[in-house]
Design a protein around this ligand. Sequence first.
Ligand code: FAD
Length: 383
Amino acid sequence: MNNYDVIVIGAGSVGVPVALSLAEMGVKSLVLDKNASPGQGENKKAIGGIRATHSDPGKILTCLLSLEVFSTWQERHGDNIEWLKGGYVFPVYRENEEKALKGILPIQRKYGLNIDFVSPEKIQEVVPGINMEGLRGGTFSPDDGSASPLRAVNAFYRRAKELGADFRFKEEVEKIVVREGKVQGVKARGGTYDAPVVVDAAGPFSKTVCETAGVHIPVTPDSHEAAITEPVKSFFTAMVVDLRPGPDSKNYYFYQNSLGQIVFCITPEPLIVGDDRRETSVFLTQVGARMVRLLPRLKNLRVRRMWRGLYPMTPDGSPLVGWNTQVQGLLHATGMCGQGFMLGPGVGQVVARMITGKTTEQDKIILQGFDPYRKFGGQEALK
Ligand SMILES: Cc1cc2nc3c(=O)[nH]c(=O)nc-3n(C[C@H](O)[C@H](O)[C@H](O)COP(=O)(O)OP(=O)(O)OC[C@H]3O[C@@H](n4cnc5c(N)ncnc54)[C@H](O)[C@@H]3O)c2cc1C
């Protein structure tokens, strides 16, 4: 009863699409999660941004795969996941951001991203009311978008189950069982499950889970806050990313979702390492002032709710996807940093092809960039 081809640890942004892609390829998997239902870890903390606008080829290619899934889901399967093709805008007010964004355009285009550096007037057309003072233009990638993380993960979950994947909730994995250098399965609270392949999709808790197999994986959680406003009539749809730093913070980003609510987030500087999920009194004033300066039309909006979640961070801001070389059968699909929701479906497909031995030339490029054993020297420009 407890024998599977694959066990996936974690029913989150990555684990659920992994199970879905495996099921589509006829592979029987079991997904275990300590929470009561899918997406209750960091998945539901994401604000829903989905972009292939990255500087790393692996991330661009993976997110293009994901965009195909998100953008066609309702048409193919009927569930409304609140997909909105609003694009991503990076408005530019300073020379250094202009140089940096223009510098990565060739690589973005080489790997298939539809993106341009556009005029201030075009930026104003996409984000009506944006502060024009000093605006030099910016990048616009119209095929990016957004969706609801909880609706999406639940849609993927239902489809994976229909195709034969098993899920067990409230089932915390206590140990990855290894014998003579090979994975045997996992020991969880409720029992032991056997499989020759175990996928580590435990997000910010990958490090702790993998340590039970004697494996060190460089994933460290750090905390990020977000909030959502009341709904108002739609007046822009793009995700707006302001790269300029501010007091105790780096970039911030926001968009208006398909229900008319503005959803927003900021990157603290320095990063707040750890797993504290309590909201702070600093966040709203910090991000609010910056947002209203950029887009004064936001000033009368009332905030409905705020929350704080964790990024599963890696030393260079890129994911860790690959076979463990120390423990045979252990596959890492983790370290998604601030982009696990958008990377999930693409990573799911690549992982399923790795397990079935069907990787493509494109997968090789992705896996090179996401190699868990790479040298962590650089930093992804748009991490
Ligand atoms: C404020 C904020 C905004 C964000 N915005 C975006 C965004 O716009 N776009 C985007 O792409 N990303 C965004 N992210 C990042 C995104 O949420 C994460 O990168 C993503 O959810 C990570 O996916 P994951 O599957 O690795 O982890 P999770 O979704 O957390 O899944 C891991 C699962 O593993 C389970 N688990 C862990 N340990 C065990 C165990 N021992 N036994 C059983 N189960 C276990 C957990 O319960 C969890 O369900 C945001 C994050 C935050 C905090």
